[in-house]
Design a protein around this ligand. Structure first.
Ligand code: CUA
Length: 185
């Protein structure tokens, strides 16, 4: 094999690899464009909306329906509303070791919350219902700060969460319509 034919083979191999790499890059760019346009054009699935002007007076987020509900099917649902600069209820009661579904929204600015060092963490956007299900591994009291800057009172916006042993929670929840640990309630 003389020098020039070896060069020729090397050049062909280089060109082949350049083509493969170019095709991979082009595919990735195409995927980015298609998914970007897709998600810009349609909202994520399961988005629920709520009218901020009427949520105090009708529907799921009226005051009497806020707090923790033990459903007939044994499902635990916590409903809460955020506003500048508090959560309602200010103290939540949930069981340990059982799935708990949160349903929450905001009436004014964008808020959010995280429960202690758990994965219970969401943003609250006016007009939308944020929902997630989580199981708290152990009982204990947790702090629940607002974690989206929402105005001058942001750092004072907190709630408390009491995670009770499941048996204690169930005996409390069975008698109650909606459970919370707000003092005097
Ligand atoms: Cu509400 Cu920060």
């Amino acid at each position: 094999m003389n020098g020039s034919s070896a060069e020729h083979v090397a050049e062909a191999a280089e060109r082949r690899w350049a083509f493969v790499v170019g095709a991979i890059v082009a595919t990735m760019v195409l995927v980015m464009i298609v998914t970007g346009l897709h998600w810009a054009a349609m909202p994520p699935s399961r988005v629920e909306t709520v009218d901020v002007r009427t949520l105090h007076v009708q529907g799921e987020f009226v005051e009497s329906n806020l707090g923790t509900q033990l459903g007939a099917n044994g499902k635990v649902t916590v409903r809460l509303v955020a506003q500048q600069y508090s959560f309602q209820p200010q103290c939540l009661v949930v069981p340990a070791g059982m799935p708990v579904t949160f349903r929450a929204t905001s009436t004014d600015a964008i808020h959010g919350f995280v429960v202690g060092a758990t994965n219970a963490n969401t943003m609250l956007v006016p007009g939308f219902v944020s929902t997630f299900t989580i199981t708290f591994p152990k009982a204990g009291d947790q702090l629940m700060p607002c974690h989206e800057y929402c105005g001058t009172g942001h750092e004072a916006m907190w709630a408390h969460v009491q995670v009770l042993p499941a048996a204690e929670f169930l005996s409390k929840a069975r008698g109650a319509e909606r459970l919370s640990c707000v003092p005097g309630k």
